[in-house]
Design a protein around this ligand. Structure first.
Ligand code: ADP
Ligand code: 5GP
Length: 210
C-alpha cells in the first residue's frame, strides 16, 4: 500500500532539449550537465554514421544500419529522428517513456528538427538553445576544434544563421560565453522548471485537498 502511494505521487520527469548550431558548445555543456548532476539522465541516440575515434557502441551512440534505422522509425520505435549532415540520427522512444514515468529528468543533445518533433509530442519539453556570443566567435571555435574542413565550417556558419531564425520556438536562449556560467545558467533553468505549478498539482491535491 505504501509503495503504491509513493509511486502515485512521483512527478513525471522533465524532457530537456539542448540544441544549437554546430560549434556552439552544446555537446560540451551536455556532458558537463550529466557529469555534475547524477539525478539527470542522458539519452543514447541511434545513428547510421560510422563510429569516430574512441566512440563505443551503446555508450556514445547505438551504431546501426540505415535499414535498421528505417525499421525502427516505421515501427514507432523512435521519439524523433532526423538527417543531420548526411547521416540519420534518432532517439529511442521506449527508454525515454520508462524514465519519465519514473520521474527521471532526461537531457537530449539533438538537432533542431528533432527538437521540434519532441516539442510537438511533449509540449512541456524544455527547449534550450545554446548560441555563441557572435558568429566570429563561432567560427573561431569551429576552427580551433579542428574537426572540420574550411568548406564544412562555411556550411555550418550559414546553417547557424538559418537556425537562429527559428528563435521564437525556443524556450530559453543561453549565450555560451564563459562555459561555467552557461552550465550554471542551464542548471538554474532546470531547477526552476522542476517547480512549475503544473508539476505540483498531484502533490498539492494529495497534501492539502484530499
Ligand atoms: P557543438 O557540440 O555545439 O558542436 P562543442 O561542444 O564541440 O560544440 O564545442 C565547440 C568547441 O568550442 C570545442 O572545442 C569546445 O571545447 C569549445 N567551447 C565550448 N564552449 C566554450 C566556451 N564557453 N568558451 C570557449 N570554448 C568553448
Ligand atoms: P555527431 O555526429 O557530431 O555526434 O552529431 C552531429 C549532430 O547530430 C549534432 O548536431 C547532434 O546534436 C545531432 N544529434 C545527435 N543525436 C541526435 C538524435 O538522436 N536526434 C537528432 N535529431 N539529432 C541528433
Amino acid at each position: 500500500m505504501k509503495a503504491k502511494q509513493k509511486k502515485e505521487t512521483i512527478k513525471k520527469g522533465l524532457l530537456i532539449i539542448i540544441s544549437g548550431p554546430s560549434g556552439s558548445g552544446k555537446s560540451t555543456i551536455y556532458k558537463e550537465i550529466l557529469s555534475r548532476n547524477s539525478n539527470i539522465l542522458g539519452s543514447i541516440s541511434v545513428t547510421t554514421r560510422e563510429p569516430r575515434g574512441a566512440e563505443i557502441d551503446g555508450v556514445h551512440y547505438y551504431f546501426i544500419t540505415k535499414e535498421k534505422y528505417f525499421e525502427l522509425k516505421e515501427t514507432g520505435g523512435l521519439l524523433e529522428g532526423a538527417k543531420v549532415y548526411g547521416n540519420y540520427y534518432g532517439t529511442p522512444l521506449a527508454k525515454v517513456q520508462e524514465q519519465i514515468e519514473n520521474g527521471k529528468d532526461i537531457v537530449f543533445e539533438i538537432d533542431i528538427d528533432g527538437a521540434r518533433q519532441i516539442k510537438s509530442k511533449y509540449p512541456n519539453a524544455i527547449w534550450i538553445f545554446v548560441i555563441p556570443p557572435s558568429l566570429a566567435i563561432l567560427e573561431e571555435r569551429l576552427r580551433s576544434r579542428a574537426t572540420d574542413t574550411a568548406e564544412v565550417i562555411e556550411r555550418r556558419l550559414s546553417l547557424a544563421k538559418s537556425e537562429i531564425a527559428y528563435s521564437e520556438m525556443f524556450d530559453y536562449f543561453v549565450v555560451n560565453d564563459g562555459l561555467s556560467e552557461s552550465i550554471k545558467t542551464i542548471e538554474g533553468i532546470i531547477e526552476a522548471e522542476r517547480h512549475k505549478a503544473y508539476l505540483m498539482t498531484d502533490f498539492i491535491k494529495k497534501t492539502y485537498l484530499d
